[in-house]
Design a protein around this ligand. Structure first.
Ligand code: HEM
Length: 457
């Protein structure tokens, strides 16, 4: 499929809607009295309607894109006509006015203030801290014991983000933050889907009240982090994110709540996603012993028993490919949405202002047109040659366009260093009596974690 992006857009042109199920999703949900499983719903749309599908939810037009050309057209070429989608705006209940939910000039200003903290030059300084914390986890495990690998990776990830991006040791707050996050995520789906949720938040004894308590705990922990950082004084190099955000606060007159929202956003965006990517990676390695063996051979060859450093990263190519393949099969950010500001043309179709546009990494990454034998775990799909021959935009775990993930370089570094540090000593085995179920919430988490047994290599 190729799009003629040069075709002129006439605002008076009549609407031309793509094919679709022809039912109103809201009515169908009400009739069936159950929530739609979003992954099953998107899989169905892709199977029935191919590259693009249209349906309605109440009075709202929804477009589901299932081809890289269409997705690139919306997220890159015509990005100025799209803002963050309304369900994501509901994420404001959790994230406030942070970078993920902001739009327009406010978003540009926030992204610019944060950018220096993510500069590639900063990465070597963070690598040593990542390895130090991963090595402490490595030393705390013993052969034969059972661990919930999701919980392990979440706790490790939170400590790393605090110590590196924010230059603050979260100490015991880590466990309170982790518990608050688990409570928040347990009610997140209801939060995003329910109409009138803001009112329900004030009704006592509902699960949503648990969300309010958990959010208060999260805010308290983040406020402590900010206070601890203020006591520590500014970073001498002036480039840790909190130093920069504190500067931006005094320059722009942000309230303390606004500053806190910025910090909450980066913590959640930064630690949850990377921890989930590592969780799925351990699970996939346990299911694919050949790939696991190749990884171990690379670690032994490159590191010969010592801990990894930033300089080793270019030689830990297979470890990076393992993570890339895990991000293909279980992308932590499993779908993205936008809302159109004006009418727009997409290929042969013409859509109205206010259309919600959705694209799913999970669905496209499993499309046999772009990834043959899509369910097979094959890190070799991510060699330089394979990447060069891949359809542009078919692989997008970090999104695309001007709102592509700001922490991508950090995430690759953290993923490879944590994997290399732990896999040098341990391999993990999944208990087959436990069923692993991906749960498409804010991120693609394994429902109830993944219990695994730690074994010496
Ligand atoms: C494997 C790990 C990660 C994945 C899969 C991931 C994925 C994504 C995706 C898909 C987006 C774009 C969302 C959209 O356009 O709607 C995004 C944005 C973002 N990510 Fe990440 N991310 C990861 C790690 C990180 C890390 C480590 C940080 C920070 C330390 C981070 C901070 C952010 C922020 C602040 C944004 C918003 C950027 C903007 O709107 O301008 N992410 N991420």
């Amino acid at each position: 499929m190729a799009l003629d992006t040069e075709s002129p857009v006439q605002s008076s042109a009549p609407l031309r809607l793509p094919p679709g199920p022809g039912v109103n999703l809201l009515l169908s949900v009400l009739r069936q009295k159950k929530w739609v499983d979003p992954i099953a719903h998107f899989t169905h749309l892709a199977a029935e309607f191919g590259d693009i599908a249209h349906y309605k939810l109440g009075r709202r037009h929804i477009l589901f894109l299932n081809h890289p050309d269409y997705i690139r057209e919306v997220f890159i070429v015509q990005h100025a006509n799209f803002i963050k989608e309304r369900t994501q705006q509901k994420a404001k209940l959790l994230l406030g006015e942070g970078m993920i939910t902001a739009n327009g000039p406010q978003h540009r200003q926030q992204r610019q203030s944060a950018a220096p903290a993510f500069h590639r030059q900063k990465m070597p300084a963070h690598a040593a801290e990542i390895v130090r914390r991963a090595a402490a986890v490595r030393d705390s495990w013993s052969a034969g014991e059972a661990r919930d690998i999701h919980n392990e990776m979440m706790t490790l990830g939170l400590g790393i983000i605090g110590a590196t991006i924010f230059r603050t040791d979260l100490g015991d707050e880590i466990h309170a933050l982790n518990r608050a996050m688990a409570d928040i995520m347990n009610v997140y789906n209801a939060l995003v889907l329910l109409p009138g949720v803001r009112l329900l938040l004030h009704v006592p004894f509902t699960p949503l009240r648990r969300f309010v308590h958990a959010r208060a705990k999260l805010h308290a922990a983040v406020e402590q982090l900010i206070a601890a950082h203020r006591r520590l004084g500014p970073d001498p190099s002036g480039t840790d994110l909190l130093t920069m955000l504190l500067d931006a606060q005094s320059e722009n007159g942000w309230s303390d709540a606004h500053l806190r929202d910025q910090v909450v956003t980066v913590i959640l965006a930064g630690y949850e996603t990377t921890a989930i990517a590592l969780t799925w990676t351990w699970y996939l390695l346990s299911q694919n012993p050949d790939a696991e063996r190749t990884l171990h051979e690379e670690l032994d060859r490159v590191l010969a028993g010592r801990l990894p450093t930033c300089d080793d990263l270019p030689r830990l190519r297979y470890a990076e490919m393992v993570i890339a393949e895990s991000l293909r099969l279980y992308p932590p950010a499993w779908a993205m949405g936008r809302l159109s500001l004006n009418e727009f043309q997409l290929g042969d179709y013409r859509l109205p202002a206010g259309t919600t546009v959705l694209a799913s990494q999970y669905i496209l990454h499993r499309d046999p047109r772009f990834f043959p034998d899509p369910l097979c775990f094959r890190p070799e799909r991510h060699t330089a040659e394979s990447k060069a021959s891949r359809a542009k935009g078919a692989y997008f775990p970090f999104g695309m366009g001007p709102r592509q993930c700001i922490g991508e370089a950090f995430a690759w570094m953290e993923g490879v260093l944590v994997l290399a540090t732990l896999a040098q000593r341990w391999k993990l085995r999944h208990d087959p009596s436990h069923t692993v179920t991906p749960e498409p919430l804010f991120t693609l988490r394994p429902r109830g974690g993944i219990p695994m047994t730690v074994l010496s290599r």
